[in-house]
Design a protein around this ligand. Sequence first.
Ligand SMILES: Cc1cc2nc3c(=O)[nH]c(=O)nc-3n(C[C@H](O)[C@H](O)[C@H](O)COP(=O)(O)OP(=O)(O)OC[C@H]3O[C@@H](n4cnc5c(N)ncnc54)[C@H](O)[C@@H]3O)c2cc1C
Ligand SMILES: NC(=O)c1ccc[n+]([C@@H]2O[C@H](COP(=O)([O-])OP(=O)(O)OC[C@H]3O[C@@H](n4cnc5c(N)ncnc54)[C@H](O)[C@@H]3O)[C@@H](O)[C@H]2O)c1
Length: 478
Amino acid sequence: MTEAVEYDVVVLGGGPAGENIVDRTRAAGLSTALVESELVGGECSYWACIPSKALLRPALARADARRVPGLADAVRGPLDAEAVFAHRDYWTGNWKDDGQVDWLDSIGAHLYRGHGRLYGIRKVAVTSPEGVHHVLSARHAVVVATGSRAVLPDLPGLAGAGAWTSREATSAREVPGRLLIVGGSVVAAEMATAWQALGSQVTVLVRGSGLLPRMEPFAGELVAEALTGAGAVVRTGVAVEAVVRDGPTGPVTVVLEGGEMLEGDELLMATGRAPRTEDIGLDTVGLTPGDWIGVDESCRVTGHDWLYAVGDVNHRALLTHQGKYQARIAGAAIAARAAGPGAPAPDTGRWGAHAATADTEALPQAVFTEPEAAAVGPTLAEAERAGHRVRAVDFDLGKVSGAGLYADGYRGRARMVVDLDRQVLLGATFVGPGAAELLHAATVAVAGEVPIDRLWHAVPAFPTISEVWLRLLEAYRG
Ligand SMILES: Cc1cc2nc3c(=O)[nH]c(=O)nc-3n(C[C@H](O)[C@H](O)[C@H](O)COP(=O)(O)OP(=O)(O)OC[C@H]3O[C@@H](n4cnc5c(N)ncnc54)[C@H](O)[C@@H]3O)c2cc1C
Ligand SMILES: NC(=O)c1ccc[n+]([C@@H]2O[C@H](COP(=O)([O-])OP(=O)(O)OC[C@H]3O[C@@H](n4cnc5c(N)ncnc54)[C@H](O)[C@@H]3O)[C@@H](O)[C@H]2O)c1
């Protein structure tokens, strides 16, 4: 090992969360090093949000256009898969991170390429791809932002069967004839939408009772209905017991509980995420390798005043925008604590500048299925389980003029969940074409705890789909 190089802050992992910690700590005048073992930009830029949305946008635009009179006939044909893949490749920078590296240079952050591991208190050891070792030491903070990876269940025959995870599903260059998808949550639903539109015959095998289980039940119902309408098969309540494939390519068979067999050309396992913490030296600081890393409201690791964890790895919210938010909060907290005892103490109270309160109180998610599903805050069932006295109000989005003008036969639904004691919005869900863009207004209302009586004065423009807010409030006020 060489002598330690000292920085104020050392960040382990350069996905969206790690990049934002670098940005915030550099903005605060701290010296910062970033350690990245693959590509700066992380899972989101190359194998998750960006490529998946680049694959989905043509699918959703075509679905919308097919419902617009005068245009529908012009878009009857298949998607040009090669052009869609080229669009996806452009958005991933062809899996090169030059742009992000230039940005790191421009803000004066130092990049170490290689595998990083905690190396005791305030230290990180890096092994470069060429086998060169560096030790970095941090005056103020080490931030773990190593993200998550796809997890595969322990099914007979799955290992070695060349099953796709989200990485292959977002980077594939050929359209499989028949695509089997195991799982029913966000990755399964989005990838089913994309690949069915690209020309695969998709079969989704859902263990539970429906798609998108963390959203209001009508979200999964409307998405399943649209997928079925597009020719996909969605089966619920089915358990996969084994996988059979002679080698990593060729037809693949899944064996369901009860013995039924289904054959496909590719198999996507969309069965959740695990933290990338097995080999990052957690044991050198008394933590357990392979575990998610528990943090407080400022994203500081319990019991370690110099160690932070942001993004997927802390398991608070596995979403890019939320990891970036945590990084803004933790970056500010690091800077505040680095300022020393004479400086104002960090504000870690609810909604304080150094507390990631929105992770629990106003968490938004937009799912880019056909139709889109977007939600913030708890569902009705979650709010009730949490002990709130609530009332849910629903409205058929198709009855809003703006929605009818957006697309013929618009199908969608909205729900708001109102806290009856505080008379504020706790949560909202919108499902329908274009619904993702309705979400931020609801996030502002939830995070701002805007009284329902004041929302009545927030007049939606006519004729936008946002007029659903007026309909929901009218229904609530009776
Ligand atoms: C298919 C798919 C689609 C998604 N779509 C969306 C979406 O539309 N919107 C959304 O908000 N979220 C989406 N997500 C979730 C989103 O991708 C993650 O929440 C986000 O990437 C987490 O960011 P992160 O910085 O915590 O981790 P990551 O993006 O996983 O980045 C972690 C980085 O750390 C590096 N690293 C790991 N270990 C080490 C080590 N030991 N040494 C050095 N470097 C290391 C990795 O190489 C990686 O670059 C999607 C996820 C999937 C799978
Ligand atoms: N647009 C977006 O915001 C977006 C898009 C994609 C992913 N993401 C995020 O990425 C994360 C990962 O998504 P995901 O869908 O991979 O994981 P997930 O954890 O949301 O869902 C995994 C699903 O797989 C099922 N499952 C697990 N083991 C199974 C088995 N053996 N057989 C059948 N089903 C099984 C689970 O019941 C669960 O419903 C999520 O947190 C999600 O929010 C976000």
